[in-house]
Design a protein around this ligand. Structure first.
Ligand code: NDP
Length: 250
């Protein structure tokens, strides 16, 4: 008997998260498609997953809000049953400012959304997956960034620092739950052509920046999804605490 896989992908209304959700959907099973503000886009991702034969449900939560995150996990429990895969993908740049100008609202928000939110998601996932707590094990994947090791694009140091925290979360949690049937890994995307850049750098940023990249092109969300699917699969059964650069050499 094949066990149906239940996955939750945060920030799956667009960009990298949507590509990962679609890729998981193509493998069958159930995918909870989390979104922040883009309900219609999340519904469209769900429709594609269903068209490919999977189950899907759109779920809203502010990643900076612990109570909303807890409720989101409860809704996944009720709709799909035990969670197998969590992808902590939702995140944002919040603001582009030099450290000398950065304000508390920016710092608090970037850490709340990009780091605290994923920590709460990991907590909820571990409580459900841990074999020490009666769960059946599982896999967690954090979407970090090359910013964690490069310091970020100009004036995005606060964002880079939040992603550095995500790397530490990955390494530490992997060790903490290694005997509980849970693997924890991360991907550090390089510059990927998604809507994330539009608000701060203009819609053509990924193309404009290509000349600065080793391969002379930005990556695609689907190229991140390919790596994500592998890390989430049993083919990566001895991979935990790993952080994979999918960055075209950047
Ligand atoms: P997008 O801006 O295209 O998508 C971001 C997703 O996260 C959306 O689904 C959005 O939901 C959700 N999200 C953002 N903030 C919140 C919030 N406060 N609460 C709930 N949901 C939220 O970004 P990408 O696909 O490019 O990025 C995905 C991840 O990859 C991010 O963590 C990003 O930091 C990381 N990354 C991206 C790189 C790139 O070059 N694109 C490079 C390195 C890392 P909604 O739109 O519905 O509000």
């Amino acid at each position: 008997m094949t066990v149906r896989t239940v996955s939750l992908v945060t920030g799956a209304s667009r960009g990298i998260g949507a590509a990962i959700a679609r890729a998981l959907g193509r493998r069958g099973g159930a995918v909870a498609v989390h979104y922040g503000t883009h309900r219609e886009e999340a519904d469209a991702v769900c429709a594609e997953i269903r068209a490919d034969g999977g189950e899907a449900m759109a779920l809203q939560a502010d990643m900076g809000n612990e109570a909303q995150i807890v409720t989101m996990f409860e809704k996944v429990d009720a709709a799909f049953g035990p969670l197998d895969c969590l992808v902590n993908n939702a995140g944002g740049i919040i603001a582009v400012k030099p450290v000398a100008e950065v304000d508390a609202a920016t710092v608090n928000r970037v850490l709340a959304v990009n780091l605290a939110g994923p920590i709460y998601c990991c907590r909820e996932a571990v409580r459900r997956m841990s074999t020490a707590r009666g769960g059946r094990g599982g896999v967690i994947l954090n979407i970090s960034s090359m910013a964690a090791v490069l310091g970020g694009l100009p004036h995005e140091v606060h964002y880079a620092a939040s992603k550095g925290g995500l790397d530490s979360l990955t390494i530490g949690l992997a060790r903490e739950v290694a005997t509980e049937g849970i693997r924890v890994n991360a991907i550090r995307p390089g510059v990927i052509d998604t809507p994330i850049h539009a608000a701060h750098h203009g819609a053509s940023f990924a193309t404009d920046f290509a000349a600065n990249l080793p391969m002379k092109r930005a990556g695609t969300a689907d190229e991140i999804a390919e790596a994500a699917v592998w890390l989430l699969s049993s083919s990566a059964s001895y991979v935990t605490g790993a952080i994979l650069n999918v960055s075209g050499g950047r």
